[in-house]
Design a protein around this ligand. Structure first.
Ligand code: DLL
Length: 447
């Protein structure tokens, strides 16, 4: 099912929508906001200079620090009386980043979320348990607006409350979930301990995002719950969830709602725009928002774009599932890698769970990486039973098995990523679980 026929329009129709909206937005921010006016003047560009889509390259980039420097409202282009909702990112240090929505912006958000949920295979027949956090985080309300728009029966439970989540899945006959993949895995773990067989419930679809997750995690989730999982992407600065989403038919790249959010891929060092297919930093321009439209906002997310129409019938440009963020990139002894690469390796090995933490320390002048990984419940249960039985032979073989697991992981990581790490196996349940986005890196190196 396709929500809006614009999702299937021709490239030239799309480009004409985009150009009209881009020209309007550049004039709008120029007139409405003195900070933007100054920035555009400094770059030597006037609204009337935007004659083609390529002219977008003349506009200066916007970065996270611009939002911080103009905290809270100096980049807003709508007056307070026209703002109907605020959101903000939690931000680990300093002030959060604030976003303001006009009534029209909420309309856009509901529309793109309706497209995303429809594309994932959800409709009015579904009972949608919305586990994304409600509040300043955009996940909860974004999925809520989309759910209401398509006529699904939305359960606004928000994050946390693991046992209640499971109870409602059972009692309300939940068929669809919107949730972060890491919290969904946590729900699975707790449910299995309680003796729940999720595969016997009515669950059919999950729309997962807000953090990285790999294909192997998708397989685990689909198998554990007996459902189909689609990836959804978004960021608060641009609108929240719904910037792009996979379709359930192909699940081969996320369809970007490019009639509202104009995407570019740039080389994150030179700022040059890269051709379709090349991997680089994703940049978005809001071409229809009113509250705080951002021009060429650098997301720091890394991906590539593919304009080929999809088998589902959509012609919207697709972005590849994310592989990392420029600021998640760890550089260890000259080797660059993303924690998500470690995750793919871990998930291919038996006996260890997908719960892991990458800890980086500086010892003297050298950076050292320790990867803490939980062993599975089954592995632990067998070892505990062997200890209780006191069978020396079995205990020794468990120790050997654990050592082999560690050695295999160290070798895989060395082979695939090229760095030597220390792997520490830890008991199940000892790595902190998050009720929203998972924290995978502790970087203790002096800044
Ligand atoms: O995470 C919005 C959202 C809510 C998206 C619910 C999807 C579902 P922020 O908190 O501003 O907004 O974080 C945005 O999260 O720049 C990415 O680095 C990361 N991210 C979001 N979706 C995905 C995804 C929401 N599907 C930042 N895969 C983005 C990987 C994602 N990373």
């Amino acid at each position: 099912m396709i929500w809006n026929k614009v999702e299937t329009c021709s490239r030239s129709e799309m480009q004409s929508i985009q150009l009209g909206r881009l020209q309007k937005t550049v004039s709008y921010v120029y007139e409405k906001n003195p900070v933007y006016k100054k920035r555009l003047e400094a770059a030597g560009v006037k609204p009337s200079d935007i004659k083609s889509l390529d002219d977008i390259r003349r506009l200066p980039f916007t970065v996270k620090d611009d939002l911080r420097d103009n905290y809270p409202f100096d980049l807003f282009t709508a007056s307070q009386e026209n703002i109907v909702e605020y959101h903000a990112t939690s931000g680990t240090t300093g002030k959060p980043i604030v976003v303001g929505y006009t009534r029209n912006d909420i309309e856009i958000w509901s529309e793109v979320m309706a497209r995303a949920l429809t594309g994932s295979g959800i409709g009015k027949q579904d009972v949608l348990q919305n586990i994304y956090g409600y509040g300043l985080f955009t996940g909860g309300l974004g999925a809520h607006y989309g759910g209401i728009r398509i006529g699904a029966s939305v359960i606004p439970i928000s994050g946390g409350n693991t046992q209640k989540q499971i109870m409602l899945m059972q009692d309300f006959g939940t068929t669809a979930l919107t949730v972060t993949p890491s919290f969904l895995m946590h729900i699975h773990e707790i449910g299995v301990d309680m003796g729940v067989d999720f595969r016997k419930l009515k669950l059919r679809t999950a729309v997962l995002g807000a953090e990285f997750w790999t294909e192997s995690m998708r397989e685990k989730i689909q198998e554990g719950f007996g459902l189909k999982a689609c990836d959804i992407y978004g960021l608060s600065e641009i609108i929240g969830p719904g910037v792009a989403c996979e379709c359930h038919e192909a699940r081969n790249g996320l369809h970007v709602n490019e009639d509202y959010f104009y995407p570019e891929i740039i080389d994150s060092v030179s700022g040059e725009v890269l051709p379709h297919g090349a991997e680089g930093e994703l940049v978005f321009t809001n071409i229809a928002n009113e509250g705080q439209p951002l021009l060429r906002y650098r997301t720091r997310d890394i991906t590539s774009l593919d304009p080929e129409p999809c088998i589902c019938g959509r012609t919207l440009i697709r972005m590849k599932k994310l592989t990392g963020r420029t600021d998640d990139l760890l550089i260890i002894r000259g080797v660059n890698f993303f924690p998500s690469q470690i995750e793919s390796i871990i998930l291919k090995r038996h006996g260890v769970s997908p719960h892991y933490l990458v800890v980086v320390e500086r010892k003297g002048t050298l950076d050292e990486v320790e990867i803490r990984i939980e062993v599975t419940e089954e592995f632990m249960a067998k070892a505990a039973a062997d200890v209780l039985k006191g069978g020396e032979h079995d205990i020794v073989s468990d120790v050997i098995a654990a050592r082999e697991k560690t050695q295999n992981l160290v070798r895989d990581i060395k082979d695939i990523i090229g760095i030597t790490v220390k792997v520490t196996l830890v008991p199940p349940g000892t790595i902190p679980r998050s009720e929203g986005k998972a924290k995978r890196i502790i970087d203790n190196r002096p800044k």
